[in-house]
Design a protein around this ligand. Structure first.
Ligand code: F6R
Length: 260
């Protein structure tokens, strides 16, 4: 796990976007794993800017979202399919037929989850997965207690997550109770994971998953087993880390050829 502490979300957006740009230049048909929520927005802004400025080309890229609410009709503005379209894919030249989200409105949800896993496999797996982290340590919508080997499936949201996400809805009552999410086992198969966390509210979760024990109680801690996990933090999110100075020193002296 590489922990990189940066002054703010602008610098985080630039660094993550640079890694995605490098990937797409090497592999134009790369498969990107997309997250929703607030954390990845500076990355999407920077990618959109690089696309319009320098022609960063997404025309052959593929994208898979991490998760989707259950019970919102297709086209609902807060469905993750719409959020991904609004915040990112409509701002670059990715072919919309190459953008996939789990189908939270399917009649047969277990079958929809299986076909999502199949589609991921058929695309060759995720090259770079963007992640945020919940205040309870979730990634995707794998809440505490999720199996560390889980695959895409239906899950219940914990009340803390429903309250955290109520800002996107008219009120708490409108936040769905159920979601479909890639499992922790699914996420762990991505070749590179880049997790973004900003703000003091994330500091306890960051401390727990970076420096605490690996445990289903803190789902993001599974990333300690990932061979290529990059954790991008602002100063506030990093404020409870014991080894913050060591992470800073390591990044400052990192050989340039290593990249991210
Ligand atoms: C969203 C997702 C979630 C969020 C997490 C943090 O697709 O999978 O794990 O990344 O809830 O959300 P924000 O970034 O809004 O704090």
């Amino acid at each position: 796990m590489e922990v990189v502490i940066l002054p703010g979300s602008k610098q985080i957006g630039k660094l993550a976007a640079a890694a995605i740009e490098e990937l797409l230049r090497k592999k134009p048909e790369a498969v990107l794993g997309l997250a929703t929520g607030s954390s990845p927005l500076p990355v999407y802004d920077e990618l959109a800017a690089r696309h319009s400025r320098g022609g960063l080309d997404f025309s052959r890229a593929h994208a898979f979202a991490l998760d989707e609410y259950v019970g919102l009709e297709h086209g609902h503005p807060e469905s993750y399919r719409e959020v991904i379209r609004r915040e990112f894919t409509s701002r670059v030249n990715i072919d919309e037929t190459n953008v996939h989200t789990p189908d939270g409105a399917a009649e047969d949800l277990p079958a929809a989850c299986r076909s999502y896993e199949d589609a991921l496999q058929a695309a060759g797996g995720v090259d770079l997965q963007l992640l945020g982290v919940g205040t309870d340590g979730h990634i995707g919508f794998n809440e505490p207690g999720s199996s560390l080997a889980s695959r895409t499936r239906i899950k219940s949201l914990i009340e803390q997550t429903r309250r955290d996400n109520a800002r996107f809805f008219p009120g708490l009552a409108a936040v769905p109770h159920h979601v479909v999410t890639q499992g922790l086992g699914t996420i762990m198969e991505a070749r590179h994971v880049v997790l973004v966390a900003t703000g003091a509210r994330k500091a306890p979760a960051v401390r727990d998953f970076v420096e605490g024990p690996v445990s289903a109680f803190c789902p993001a801690s599974i990333l300690q087993f990932h061979p290529h996990a990059t954790i991008l933090l602002d100063e506030a999110a990093a404020s409870s880390l014991k080894l913050a100075d060591f992470y800073r020193h390591t990044y400052e002296h990192k050989p340039a050829w290593q990249g991210l």
